[in-house]
Write a protein of this length. Structure first.
Length: 285
RNA sequence: GUGUUUUAUU
């Protein structure tokens, strides 16, 4: 099963749902038995591939009946994967129903469950609902962790509540939760959208100083922010700094650069950069 | 030995 599971997982990663499922169908004939990993990879892959119906079908097959194949942890992981898949597809109500179902069967939601739900609420703009759950989760035995804070900060930022996002940034520190690279990247991105670019630069320096290395997310947020504000020269300075520090750009970074060049009426240069991007083997999206 | 959650561009 291990080998076949790895194949399923690999095919799913590359978006080959059908092919992955074909491997699954070969498990029994091969004299093996699908295990919880098999179903996790299949359910997760189908969800990511937008094949929710297939994911639901498998989920029901393996957890819908009376039979009990897997240990509690495996079942919680499968529930969490399905909750996340539904939530990411914008089906928050269905995801919440599934959380109720797991509760009813005696499986307490864990950090993954809460964090997935919070993320999907943020994604559909249900900030109030997210905050309610955020504030009550500690009573349910799940104190917010770094992922929770980062997710809710991002959710507030997307809702245009930059002030509240920074209040939560303070809040997490008073609760003894150390901000990490993702926290800073999230905040820098928010500041890039509100146009508070000098504050963004302050945070960029600060994160470095306390040992959080800026990465491609940091630089792409900064470059995009400066381009948005038509401060192309500063975007360029940051781009040079990025490469000097050995941080490789990716397609999103190229998109920001192209955007900045076009905004700066340097369409010819944008064309040249695009050619260079292709030459370097980057795939435009 | 394969395990589910958070951040960037348009």
């Amino acid at each position: 099963v291990y080998v076949l599971n790895r194949q399923i997982s690999g095919l799913m990663e590359s978006g080959y749902c059908e092919e992955a499922f074909a491997i699954y169908e070969k498990i029994l004939p091969a004299g093996c038995k699908p295990d919880s990993y098999t179903y996790l990879h299949l359910i997760k892959g189908f969800c990511e591939g937008g094949e929710l119906a297939e994911a639901r079908k498998l989920f029901k097959k393996v957890l819908g009946g009376e039979e009990d194949h897997f240990c509690g942890l495996s079942k919680v992981i499968l529930y969490n994967a399905m909750v996340h898949g539904l939530g990411s597809a914008g089906l928050v109500e269905e995801a919440l129903d599934l959380v109720e179902e797991m509760r009813g069967r005696g499986f307490a939601p864990d950090m993954y469950t809460y964090n997935s739900i919070l993320h999907s609420l943020g994604k559909v703009g249900k900030v109030t609902e997210a905050l309610t759950i955020f504030e009550s989760m500690a009573d349910q035995g799940c104190s917010p962790d770094i992922v929770t804070y980062n997710s809710v900060i991002s959710c507030l930022g997307k809702a245009g509540k930059a002030k509240e996002a920074f209040e939560l940034f303070e809040g997490m520190r008073t609760e003894g939760c150390q901000p990490d690279q993702v926290t800073f990247n999230t905040l820098i991105s928010i500041l890039g959208k509100t146009g508070e670019l000098d504050l963004a630069l302050n945070l960029y320096e600060f994160m470095t100083r306390i040992g959080c290395e800026p990465d491609v997310y940091t630089y792409t947020s900064l470059v995009a922010g400066f381009c948005r504000a038509n401060r192309i020269d500063e975007a360029l300075v940051l781009s040079v700094e990025m490469t000097e520090k050995g941080c490789a750009p990716n397609t999103a970074t190229f998109n920001s650069w192209l955007d900045g060049l076009c905004k700066g009426d340097k369409v010819v240069e944008a064309g040249l950069l695009f050619d260079k991007m292709l030459l370097l083997g980057y795939v435009p999206d």
